[in-house]
Design a binder for this molecule. Structure first.
Ligand code: UDP
Ligand code: MG
Length: 174
């Protein structure tokens, strides 16, 4: 397998609760610390149509009530969208975020460190589970989501120190 096949891209959103709680930097720094490369980033306010296109399988998986709650959640304020690149990045980023339901997310994960509620509260109050971040669940989801949120010219490949220290790329001597 050639090295480039090991490098994947994924989409992460700091959802409106994360933005409103001042957690943008916290989320970004967790990815920076593990040597993930950020190749695209922007703040964006989306409408329900755009959010529903993003969450195109939720109605089928979770039902219309969850979809409607989720659309309210995703449009209640701006989100910060970013594209991350790294080795097995889809799986790694999900690990850093933790599972969907915050009460199940371990300390050390973003959802475990900054939230604690559960589906029961969500159903009772009629609001989607506020869990700070979205991260693509599979490579196929990532491929769709990246180009739903970003144009090709908004993605910026570059060489980072992680290319040397994590991906073992040769350091060029002068
Ligand atoms: N969600 C919810 N109630 C549910 C399932 C999901 O409010 O029973 C919300 C929650 O904010 C979640 C989002 O819908 O993050 C998308 O659900 P998914 O199952 O794709 O979870 P994720 O991929 O975000 O972990
Ligand atoms: Mg999902």
């Amino acid at each position: 397998m050639v090295e480039n096949e090991l490098i994947e891209k994924t989409l992460v959103l700091v959802k409106p609760d994360g933005v409103q709680r001042g957690l943008i930097g916290e989320v970004i720094s967790r990815f920076e610390k593990i040597g993930v490369k950020i190749i695209g980033m922007k703040m964006i306010s989306v409408d329900k149509k755009f959010a529903e296109e993003h969450y195109n399988d939720i109605k089928e998986r979770k039902g219309d009530k969850v979809l409607q709650m989720l659309l309210e959640y995703c449009t209640m304020g701006p989100v910060v969208a970013m594209v991350l690149e790294g080795v097995d990045i889809v799986e790694v980023v999900r690990k850093v975020c933790g599972p969907t339901e915050p009460n199940k997310a371990l300390p050390g994960t973003i959802r475990g460190d900054f939230a604690h509620a559960n589906y029961n509260l969500s159903d009772t109050v009629g609001q989607a589970v506020r869990n700070i971040v979205h991260a693509s669940g599979t490579k196929e989801e990532a491929e769709f989501e990246i180009y739903h949120w970003f144009n090709e010219n908004e993605l910026h490949p570059y060489t980072s120190v992680h290319d040397v220290h994590i991906l073992h790329k040769e350091v060029k001597k002068e």
